[in-house]
Ligand binder design. Structure first.
Ligand code: XMP
Length: 521
C-alpha cells in the first residue's frame, strides 16, 4: 500500500531512478546535457561531503577524478599534481618505454616541497652572469646553490650579494662557503620530509633554505621555508593526497596491446614493460585502446592478470554491458566507458560508431554491478555538473580537455592574438598516431595518410594550475551532492533521480538574457 502511494507521488512520476529512467528512454542515446538531476531532501552541507572512491581492492582515490593518458595531458608533472589533490594521473604511452618508466619514477619519488632540480650556479661564473640569468628566465628568486662540475655542493650564493654593484665579482668570491651552509642528507628526511624541514626551520632562526645532499655531498634538492609553510597549511585541506602504503604518491601508466611483426600480441614485450613499471612502483596500469571489447585487449588483460595477480588493471574503452563483462572476466578491475564523447574525438563522425555517454554509462553500470568492477566515465566532461551526472553511474571520471590547458600539462603556452593557449590533440589524430598511439586505434605503427584519423589537433585556452581547476570541479561536485542529500558517492548513486531536458530547458540552464561581465569559472 505504502509502495503504491509512493509511486503515485508526483516526484516519482516525473523524477525517476536510473532503473526506471534509462529503460524508459531506451530508444534514444542520452548524454550529459540531455538530462538533469532532481534535488532531494538534504541534511548535508556540500563541504561535509566525502569524495573517496575505490577502483580496486588496493586502489583508492580521495577524489574521483583521473587525468587522461594522452600525450598532451598526462606526464609526471600532471600525475604529481593529480595525486597531490587526491586523484590519479595515467602517464600516456606515446613515448619510448624507458621514458615512460622514468616518468613513473619521477612521480613515485616525488617529495612534496623538495625542489628536486633547483637552479644552480658554478663558482667560476660572475655575479653579472647570474643577474643576466635571472633577467632572461624571469626568476622570482635570487639565492642559488653553488656546485662544482661533478654536482657537489660548494656553497650558497645568497640573494643579498646578487646585486649589480658586484657584477664583476666571481661567484666563488661572493658565496657562503660549504661549511656554513645548512644541509640535510636525503635519507635523513624520513617518511615525512615536510615535518622534518618544518622542525629544522623552527630550530634555526632566520634560515629560510635547507639544501639536501647525498652521502657524497652531491646536491639532491632544496627545501624552502615558504613552501613548507604553504604545504603545512594545505595539510588541513579536506582532500588528502592519494598515496601508497609507503607514503609515495600514486601513479598509473597506460600500456597498449602491442603486436609483433607477425601481427600477434607481443606478450613478452608487454610483460617485460609492465614488469619494469611494477618495479618502479606503478600503482595501476591501463590497457588503453579505442575498442576494448576485442580479442587483443582481452588477451592483454589476461596475460597481465596471470603475471601480476595483485596489480590493479584498468581496461577499455567499451560502451556495452557485454564489453564490461568481457573485460571483467579477463581480469580488469576498472573499465573505461566512452566511445566518441571526447572533446577531440571524431570516432562517431569517422566510423559512425559510439554511444552518447549517459546511456553508455547506464548500460555498462548494469553489468559492472554484477561483475563487481568499477566503471570510469571517460570523455565528454566539460563542466563540474557533467561530473556529478557521470558519478551517479560510475566510480570516477577521466578527463582530458579540462586539464589540457593547465600549466602541468606537457607542451608550451602559445600566444595568439593576445590570448594564451596550449596544444591538445586526440590520441587518434594523425600527429599523435605518428608519435606512437596508432595501435590504440587498431592501425600499424607507422600510419600513412590513408589511415582515417579519429581525433583532431586543437588548442585549449591556458587555464592556470591543476589545483585551481580541480578546486572548481570539486566545489561543483560537492555542491551537486549537497542538493541530492548525498554524504558520499555511494549515496549519490542511490539518490540520483533523472528527467530529460528539452532544448529550451537546456538554454534556460545556462546564463541567458543578460550581458555577462564575468564568466562563472
Ligand atoms: P575529453 O572530452 O576529456 O576526452 O577531452 C578525453 C578522452 O577522449 C578519448 N580520446 C579519443 N577518442 N579519438 C577518440 O575518439 C581520439 O583521438 C581520442 N583521443 C583521446 C580518451 O578516452 C580520452 O580520455
Amino acid at each position: 500500500m505504502a509502495a503504491a502511494r509512493q509511486s503515485d507521488h508526483p516526484d516519482s512520476q516525473f523524477y525517476q531512478s536510473a532503473e526506471e529512467f534509462f529503460p524508459a528512454n531506451n530508444k534514444l542515446g542520452l548524454t550529459f546535457d540531455d538530462i538533469t538531476l532532481a534535488t532531494r531532501y538534504s541534511e548535508i552541507l556540500p563541504r561535509d561531503t566525502q569524495l573517496d572512491t575505490t577502483l580496486a581492492e588496493n586502489l583508492r582515490l580521495n577524489i574521483p577524478v583521473i587525468s587522461s593518458d594522452m600525450d598532451t595531458v598526462t606526464e609526471a608533472r600532471m600525475a604529481i599534481a593529480m595525486a597531490l589533490n587526491g586523484g590519479l594521473g595515467l602517464i600516456h604511452y606515446n613515448m619510448p618505454e624507458r621514458q615512460q618508466l622514468s616518468e613513473v619514477s619521477r612521480v613515485k619519488n616525488h617529495v612534496h616541497g623538495l625542489i628536486q632540480e633547483p637552479i644552480k650556479v658554478t663558482p667560476d661564473e660572475s655575479i653579472g652572469d647570474v643577474l643576466a640569468l635571472i633577467e632572461q628566465k624571469k626568476f622570482g628568486f635570487s639565492t642559488f646553490p653553488v656546485v662544482d662540475k661533478k654536482g657537489r655542493l660548494v656553497g650558497l650564493l645568497s640573494g643579498h650579494v646578487v646585486k649589480p654593484r658586484y657584477a664583476k665579482k666571481r661567484v666563488s668570491e661572493a658565496l657562503t662557503p660549504r661549511a656554513q651552509v645548512h644541509t640535510i642528507r636525503k635519507k635523513d628526511l624520513g617518511k615525512d620530509p615536510i615535518a622534518r624541514a618544518d622542525k629544522f626551520f623552527t630550530e634555526h632562526i632566520g634560515i629560510h633554505k635547507l639544501l639536501v645532499v647525498d652521502d657524497d655531498d652531491h646536491l639532491q634538492g632544496l627545501i624552502t621555508m615558504s613552501d613548507v609553510e604553504r604545504i603545512t597549511q594545505e595539510r588541513n585541506a579536506q582532500f588528502k593526497p592519494a598515496r601508497d602504503a609507503h607514503f609515495h604518491l600514486i601513479c598509473g601508466a597506460a600500456v597498449s596491446a602491442t603486436r609483433n611483426a607477425f601481427g600477434e600480441l607481443d606478450r613478452e614485450r608487454i610483460l617485460n614493460h609492465v614488469g619494469a613499471l611494477v618495479e618502479r612502483g606503478v600503482d595501476v596500469v591501463a590497457v588503453s585502446t579505442a575498442h576494448g571489447h576485442s580479442k587483443g585487449v582481452g588477451d592483454t588483460v589476461k596475460v597481465l592478470r596471470d603475471a601480476f595477480p595483485k596489480l590493479p588493471i584498468i581496461a577499455g574503452n567499451v560502451t556495452s554491458a557485454a564489453g564490461v563483462e568481457f573485460l571483467a572476466d579477463s581480469g580488469a578491475n576498472a573499465i573505461k566507458v566512452g566511445q566518441g564523447p571526447g572533446s577531440i574525438c571524431t570516432t562517431r563522425i569517422v566510423a559512425g560508431v559510439g554511444i552518447p555517454q549517459m546511456t553508455a554509462l547506464y548500460v555498462c553500470a548494469r553489468a559492472s554491478g554484477r561483475k563487481k568492477v568499477a566503471i570510469l566515465a571517460d570523455g565528454g566532461v566539460t563542466k563540474s555538473g557533467d561530473i556529478v551526472k557521470a558519478l551517479t553511474l560510475s566510480q570516477a571520471v577521466i578527463c582530458g580537455g579540462i586539464f589540457a590547458g593547465c600549466n602541468e600539462a606537457p607542451g608550451e603556452v602559445v600566444e595568439i592574438s593576445g590570448k594564451f593557449y596550449k596544444q591538445y590533440r586526440g590520441m587518434g589524430s594523425l600527429a599523435a598516431m605518428k608519435a606512437g598511439s596508432a595501435a590504440r586505434y587498431g592501425h600499424l605503427a607507422n600510419p600513412t595518410q590513408k589511415v582515417a584519423p579519429e581525433g583532431v589537433e586543437a588548442l585549449k585556452e591556458a587555464c592556470g594550475s591543476v589545483d585551481r581547476v580541480l578546486a572548481q570541479l570539486i566545489g561543483g561536485i560537492q555542491s551537486g551532492m549537497g542538493y541530492l542529500g548525498a554524504a558520499n558517492l555511494a549515496q549519490l548513486r542511490e539518490k540520483a533521480r533523472y528527467i530529460r531536458v528539452s532544448p529550451a530547458g537546456m538554454r534556460e540552464a545556462a546564463p541567458h538574457d543578460v550581458v555577462e561581465l564575468k564568466t562563472g569559472s
